[in-house]
Design a protein around this ligand. Structure first.
Ligand code: DAH
Length: 341
């Protein structure tokens, strides 16, 4: 009977395909090819109408037997392939707990940041507010309002990056003084840390970008004695209890009188060493009493109010505090360097 032979052939072929399928995808294809809507076995069932009526039950039974057998074979093969896939996955996920761990490189706070935060902590402790100002600044705030008009010789000392005639990269944090005074909220006790820019060549003590911390106090009856006391306390907190300060007369356009401040060398205690170049003193900042003209330009009456200001070079202090002899180390950000602080 042709039907019987066709059935036997299909059975054999499909069993062979199952055995050699090797993957679950392929096995599924085999299943569809045999038992699917258009599968070989389904086609046979469709041909039942051509089978003589008396043979139909027998042929039907044979088809069902083959179907059941193939289904079983498919199921068995499926389980086998699934087992293999699971084993392979497990193998690929094996972790060798004896291998050395991969170390994550963690960065480190920059010494500048450490010192800036220390300075902020000291002044916040004295009731100061920490404020910020723009790095791209109007010529007016950077110079004019600080009593440094166009053509003033003090402009030469600060080689300025000009954006255009009226806009500069600030050469100092002092413009933040003016911006704070202009707001008109008195009294003022503020420090303003931030980046400043000067057209300098890079060397061990210069960089075109560096940092300053500005300080400003405006109130009634502020005197030079307040300035001295404040900076002496600042120096003691930053460099140690034994530190002495010395005020040397100096000139800044925006303060009158002006001074530069030296601290006693914290390396030799003032006796003189290589660190302080034998003098026993190290210069750390500029300061003075805010010039009446500067107060007036910012809308503050110099008859009623007075104040002092100071400007510290952050890198300078960082280099001193950590005895680093080349400023360039601060900008290379080599973690092996930074980790020492
Ligand atoms: N701005 C000055 C500079 O960059 C530093 C300075 C000196 C700031 C005296 C001040 C000050 O506030 O009173 O050289």
């Amino acid at each position: 009977m042709a039907m019987k032979e066709r059935l036997a052939k299909i059975r054999e072929e499909v069993l062979e395909q199952i055995k050699t399928s090797e993957s679950l995808e392929r096995l599924n294809e085999v299943r569809i090819g045999a038992l699917g809507k258009k599968g070989a076995l389904t086609e046979i069932l469709k041909g039942m109408k051509d089978v003589a009526a008396e043979d139909r039950p027998k042929v039907g039974q044979m088809v069902n037997e083959v179907r059941t057998e193939l289904e079983r074979a498919l199921e068995t093969e499926k389980e086998k392939l699934e087992d293999l896939a699971r084993d392979a996955k497990l193998k690929s996920e094996v972790i060798d707990v004896t291998l050395p761990a991969v170390k994550n490189q963690v960065g480190h706070r920059h010494p500048n940041t450490i010192v800036q935060e220390e300075v902020e902590r000291i002044f916040v402790g004295m009731g100061y507010e920490v404020v910020e100002g723009p790095e791209v600044e109007k010529d007016y705030y950077n110079f004019e309002a600080l009593n440094t008009p166009k053509g003033h010789p003090a402009r030469d000392e600060q080689d300025t990056f000009y954006i255009n005639e009226d806009v500069v990269l600030r050469t100092q944090t002092s413009p933040v003084q003016v911006r704070t005074m202009e707001k008109g909220k008195l009294p003022i006790r503020m420090i303003a840390p931030g980046r400043v820019y000067r057209a300098d060549e890079v060397d061990a003590t210069h960089s075109p970008v560096f940092h300053q911390i500005e300080g400003l106090v405006i109130d009634k009856n502020i005197t030079f004695a307040d300035l001295k006391g404040t900076l002496a306390e600042f120096a003691r907190e930053l460099f140690g209890e034994e530190t002495k300060v010395k005020f040397r007369p100096h000139h800044f356009p925006f303060t009158e009188p002006s001074a530069e401040v030296d601290v006693s060398c914290f390396k030799c205690g003032g006796k003189g060493c290589r660190f302080c170049k034998g003098s026993g003193w190290i210069e750390i900042l500029g300061c003075g009493m805010v010039h009446p003209k500067v107060l007036t330009m910012s809308g503050i009456d110099p008859e009623e109010y007075s104040g002092f200001a100071f400007g510290v070079g952050l890198e300078r202090i960082t280099l001193l505090k950590y005895e680093i002899d080349d400023m360039r180390l601060l900008y290379e950000n080599d973690v092996r360097f930074l980790k020492q602080f």
